[in-house]
Design a protein around this ligand. Structure first.
Ligand code: DGY
Length: 321
């Protein structure tokens, strides 16, 4: 008999097909987000779970699931996993990094450009039938080329974002927990390390790419926003909660910064309603890695980790030991 696997969210049929060679699958093609109690009841007797960031895996869940051996998220971010609890209960936890770096970097650029050049705001206006004449002053925005790009968090996605700036003649500055070595700075298009306050004061466009952790909560709050230029734009493609949404809304309302592009939110998918009344914000529903090819690659990567666990090999993207 094959070991049982809960596929906790809807994923590509080809990945289900390949997993079904090794596991007896319980699928969720209706893509319901299970409550903790439902997750527990579905996970009883399962060897593993393929999930996304919506499944919280902590001690309270794991204490009820002695047979569970592995949880694999189809995401690079794994703030939904309590790794200490996974280790304590002997559960392997894995993520799906790297395959999404370039796609996510593309999207950071899309959001930065849409934000700076007021793409969605002007489209809403046009769709509302308000366009009567070409106008010299309409929807003036900020240039991207020749400006300074600031990156907060210079991991693999941050570096992929930085590399793209070469084509736009931008100067790239970054802040990270630790400075990158020279080769990585060169690979990132010659990005220059600066302190966080210098990053905030200097960047014309700031992109937030740090992973979520308790220490990263509200890394960008009222004090940080106050340091930014009134002409600056802010993009967050990392995790909601790294930026203090209420402080950002206030800053956008007061025009303390020019505009923001947000793919992630505190308490998503329930947005702070303050965002919806603002014109100077571009809002997208956590889709930075959502290209056909990349989402398939992410799911395949998660599946590889599950199969490795089943075959008692060390999963390639093991997060705990
Ligand atoms: C990731 O990979 O972490 C994306 O944000 C999807 O959760």
């Amino acid at each position: 008999m094959k070991p049982k696997l809960l596929v906790a969210r809807a994923i590509a049929p080809e990945v289900l097909q390949s997993l079904s060679n090794c596991f007896e699958l319980e699928e969720n093609q209706a893509d319901i987000i299970f409550s903790e109690s439902e997750l527990v009841s579905r996970l009883r007797g399962k060897f593993g779970m393929l999930c996304t960031s919506s499944a919280k895996v902590d001690g309270s869940l794991l204490s009820q699931l002695p047979e569970l051996k592995v949880v694999a998220t189809i995401a690079v971010g794994y703030d939904n996993f309590d790794l200490n609890a996974c280790t304590e209960y002997g559960v392997l936890a894995t993520n799906a990094p790297d395959v999404l770096n370039e796609t996510t970097a593309d999207f950071a650029w899309a959001l930065m450009m849409a934000t700076a050049r007021r793409v969605t705001e002007s489209e809403h206006w046009l769709r509302a039938g308000k366009w009567e004449k070409w106008s010299y002053n309409a929807f003036l925005g900020a240039d991207i080329h020749g400006t300074t790009l600031g990156i907060l968090g210079m991991g693999r996605i941050g570096r992929a974002i930085a590399r793209r700036a070469r084509g736009f003649d931008m100067q790239v500055i970054y802040h990270n927990r630790s400075r990158l070595d020279k080769n990585l700075e060169l690979e990132a298009g010659g990005a220059t390390y600066v302190e966080k306050d210098v990053l905030l004061r200097t960047a014309d466009h700031l992109i937030v790419v740090v992973p979520y952790s308790a220490e990263a909560r509200h890394l960008i709050g009222a004090d940080e926003l106050a340091l930014m230029k009134p002409t600056a734009t802010l993009v967050n493609i990392a995790r909601g909660g790294i930026v203090d949404d209420a402080a950002l809304i206030q800053s956008l309302r007061d025009k303390k910064i020019a505009a923001a592009g947000l793919d992630v939110f505190e308490n998503e998918p329930r947005l702070n309603p303050g965002f919806l009344d603002l014109n100077n914000v571009v809002l997208t529903p956590h889709i930075a890695s959502a290209s056909h090819r990349t989402r398939l690659a992410m799911a395949h990567k998660a599946a590889e980790n599950l199969v490795a666990a089943l075959e008692r090999r060390v999963p390639p993207n093991l997060l705990n030991t």
